[in-house]
Design a protein around this ligand. Structure first.
Ligand SMILES: [Ca+2]
Ligand SMILES: [Ca+2]
Ligand SMILES: [Ca+2]
Length: 339
């Protein structure tokens, strides 16, 4: 495969490039020679021999081409894919075949009419000619093949393969150097990292009872998707995290190892996009784990005093505020006597 790279433009946030990709295999097959292989021919063919008197097809030719897309950057987004073929012989300007997808399970030196995988979906029915060069836009097919097995195979054949006598001959990858087929691929690479998440819980500065807390933060988004990384450390500089996790798909994480009591922990989260761009860390929050008993001990004096406080509150409600003890006794006797 030969590949030359044209830097079309470098602009944040995406890097755009265009590659020219040569076929790794091409060949043509013929109905009337169904077991003959043409893999090393310098010419490719598309042909319909139509006998209008009898209304029958007397011969067909199709050409197969295969391209390897695995040399493109793994996270590239294909923006444009154009198949270029050079016409050596074309009796009429509009004798332009169509491009069909096909399977990759054919071999240049083996493929024949009888063992060809056959055309799949029609990818482009309207190639455009510019002199001897003809081009077809196959962007969506190239994008799906790139997302898939990264091997793109096409068949050139007329559509339909009946009703009209027509043929066109093309230079193969074994032909004249400057006439060989090529696939033009324009792609872009995302260089923008996702934003920093915002932390939600444990809240900053909180005392919490759970020593395996669930950490929660806001979701962030990126065109290529995101995963999260969390670090928890008893050092505020995160020099030796006691707990960390990467490739988290949700905006929360249940930490596994139990955290120590009465230790102040610091935590932060960052996001990475599907291309590998890593965002900045979130704010740094801290919390302390305290045992349930600690809260109880802290509450004990309050619990012990509660009955007295209630009595005082009830008495304040019953007695007029300026009542002396003897007057209070009378007041109570009156109230009891009245019942
Ligand atoms: Ca060939
Ligand atoms: Ca494929
Ligand atoms: Ca991104």
């Amino acid at each position: 495969m030969f590949t030359f790279v044209l830097i079309v433009g470098v602009a944040a946030p995406a890097l755009s490039e265009t590659d020219a990709i040569a076929p790794t295999a091409d060949s043509w097959v013929e109905l009337t020679n169904p077991n003959t292989n043409k893999g090393s021919d310098q010419t490719l063919h598309a042909r319909v021999n139509w006998d209008s008197g009898k209304g029958i097809v007397t011969n067909l030719r199709r050409s197969y081409l295969k391209f390897d897309l695995s040399g493109l950057p793994p996270y590239a987004r294909i923006d444009r894919a154009i198949l270029h073929i050079y016409r050596k012989n074309y009796p009429k300007e509009d004798f332009i075949p169509s491009v069909y997808s096909t399977a990759d399970n054919w071999i240049e030196s083996v493929i024949t009419w009888n063992n060809q995988p056959g055309p799949g979906a029609l990818e482009n029915d309207s190639g455009t000619a510019s002199g001897s060069w003809v081009e077809w836009d196959i962007t969506s097919y190239a994008a799906s093949e790139f997302d898939g097995d990264k091997v793109l195979s096409v068949v050139l054949r007329f559509n339909p393969e009946s009703g009209l006598y027509q043929h066109t001959d093309f230079t193969s990858r074994e032909g004249e150097l400057n006439q060989r087929p090529w696939l033009e691929i324009s792609y872009s690479i995302d260089t923008t990292p996702p934003p920093a998440p915002t932390l939600i819980s444990p809240e900053n500065g909180d005392n919490i009872l759970d020593n395996t807390p669930t950490f929660v933060w806001t979701s962030v988004t990126d065109p290529s998707g995101v995963t999260y990384q969390i670090q928890v450390d008893d050092n505020s500089d995160f020099s030796s995290p006691v707990y960390s996790a990467i490739d988290l798909h949700d905006n929360f994480d249940n930490n596994e190892p139990a955290l120590g009591m009465f230790v102040k922990y610091f935590w932060h989260v960052r996001a990475k996009d599907g291309v590998g761009n890593i965002g900045v860390w979130s704010e740094e929050w801290n919390f302390t784990v305290v045992p349930v008993g600690t809260i109880g001990v802290l509450l004990m004096p309050l619990l012990f005093l509660l009955p007295f406080l209630l009595i005082l509150r009830r008495q304040n409600r019953r007695y007029p505020s300026n009542t002396s003890f003897s007057e209070a006794g009378k007041w109570i006797n009156q109230k009891v006597g009245a019942r």
